[in-house]
Design a protein around this ligand. Sequence first.
Ligand code: FES
Length: 109
Amino acid sequence: MKWYKVGSVGEVLPPISKVSVGGKKLCIVNYEGKLFALSARCPHAGADLSEGWCENGKLICPFHRYAYDLETGRGNTGQNDFVPTYKVEIRNNEVYVGIPSFWDSLKGT
Ligand code: FES
């Protein structure tokens, strides 16, 4: 897994920030004092999830209001979809996101 610095804690404290790291566009979500990283592309029709909002631990797509769990990325029942999620760590007041390599995904790490 490769870790990318996405900013300081102060820079990513808005409820939803959009960052580009490791060739991916991600949402960094600050929800109830915890940070989450999810793909910014809605799997339904490609909307930018960073323009959505959070409700009950879920990220809501601004286009058709599909909902994705902030922890797991799973869509609500009946959606049959998900968004990839990524690990987030804070080190020395800097926020890092872990992006697994292709080889990591083959190993299941
Ligand atoms: S594009 Fe996100 S719910 Fe349709």
